[in-house]
Design a protein around this ligand. Structure first.
Ligand code: ADP
Ligand code: MP5
Length: 269
């Protein structure tokens, strides 16, 4: 039976991030993709030009339709925009007893536009993080959620401990926002720290990297992989997608969803 993965996130008209990145990732990783759209953004590789939040009731109806018939094996959350939405969505996830929950705590788009209202960070901390199987903040998001400045790996470990204590089973603090040639995504499972290292690809095409990484983890969970294996495949998927990124648009170009499978085919021929 095919795995079913759900994304609860915003739409990116430019196709590089949000729902569009998630569904492309699900398709490439061979799971059945479903979506509940929380907001529509008018967006391209240059930035976000407008945001239109979907009325709460309509977001909840999408979740209800999915529960009534399809039921996800894994889900991810992306842009949730407001405190009300985070609380309502968290309530539904809980009452439907949906598991394998990947929380990408999207706050600010690469161009600087807010995708989460400032007062919503608290709801994320109190309502959504306790449901997370995996949470995947970048460094600024981890700082906002834990209220500690992150400069060193020790700070990152401290932030990971706090996020685990808030209720996330696995914490992945991504290193895309650091600097230096080596890039480390730090994993914490409440017991051990694991550093996932890669080289930093010199590119400006990083639109949608966070969404794609979290969606790849979700797809693997929907197929029944262990959390740690899902995170490691997610890393391979995003690394390939950035390395072969697409020169589309004149700003931050999108990731390449064909790259991962192309490499696998090449490796086996
Ligand atoms: N320049 C890069 N080279 C290689 N990997 C990258 C690069 N930028 C981001 N990544 C990887 O992409 C994923 C998303 O990271 P990040 O950019 O920090 O998230 P976000 O998009 O949420 O800001 C992480 O696994 C990170 O290691
Ligand atoms: C609808 C939507 N959701 C999420 C992001 C963040 O994407 P990223 O930070 O990876 O560019 C985005 N730009 N748009």
């Amino acid at each position: 039976m095919v795995g079913k993965a759900l994304t609860i996130a915003g739409s990116d008209s430019g196709g590089g991030a949000g729902i569009q990145a998630d569904l492309k990732t699900f398709q490439e990783l061979k799971v059945y993709g479903m979506s509940a759209i929380t907001a529509i953004t008018a967006q391209n590789t240059l930035g976000v030009q407008a945001v239109y939040p979907i009325p709460l009731d309509m977001v909840l109806k999408q979740l209800l339709s999915i529960e009534a018939d399809l039921k996800p094996d894994a889900l991810k959350t992306g842009m949730l925009f407001s405190s009300e939405l985070i609380e309502a969505v968290s309530g539904q996830i809980k009452s439907f007893q949906w598991g394998n929950v990947v929380v990408d705590p999207v706050m600010i788009a690469k161009g600087g536009s807010r995708l989460l209202q400032e007062d919503a960070v608290r709801s994320m901390r109190e309502s959504l993080i306790p449901l997370a199987t995996v949470i995947t903040p970048n460094i600024p998001e981890a700082e906002a959620l834990t209220e500690i400045p992150i400069r060193s790996m020790k700070d990152r470990q401290q932030a990971a401990r706090i996020l685990h204590k808030l209720g996330a089973d696995f914490v992945v603090i991504k290193g895309g926002h650091g600097n230096g040639n080596e890039l480390i995504d730090l994993i914490y499972d409440g017991d051990r720290f694991l550093e996932m290292k890669s080289f930093r690809i010199a590119t400006k095409n990083t639109h949608g990297t966070g969404c794609t990484f979290a969606a790849a983890i979700t797809a693997q969970l929907a197929k029944g992989e262990s959390v740690l294996d899902a995170i490691q495949i997610g890393k391979q998927y995003i690394h390939a997608a950035i390395e072969d990124s697409l020169q589309i648009g004149s700003g931050h170009g999108p990731t390449n969803h064909w790259a991962f499978q192309h490499r696998r085919v090449r490796a086996h021929s």
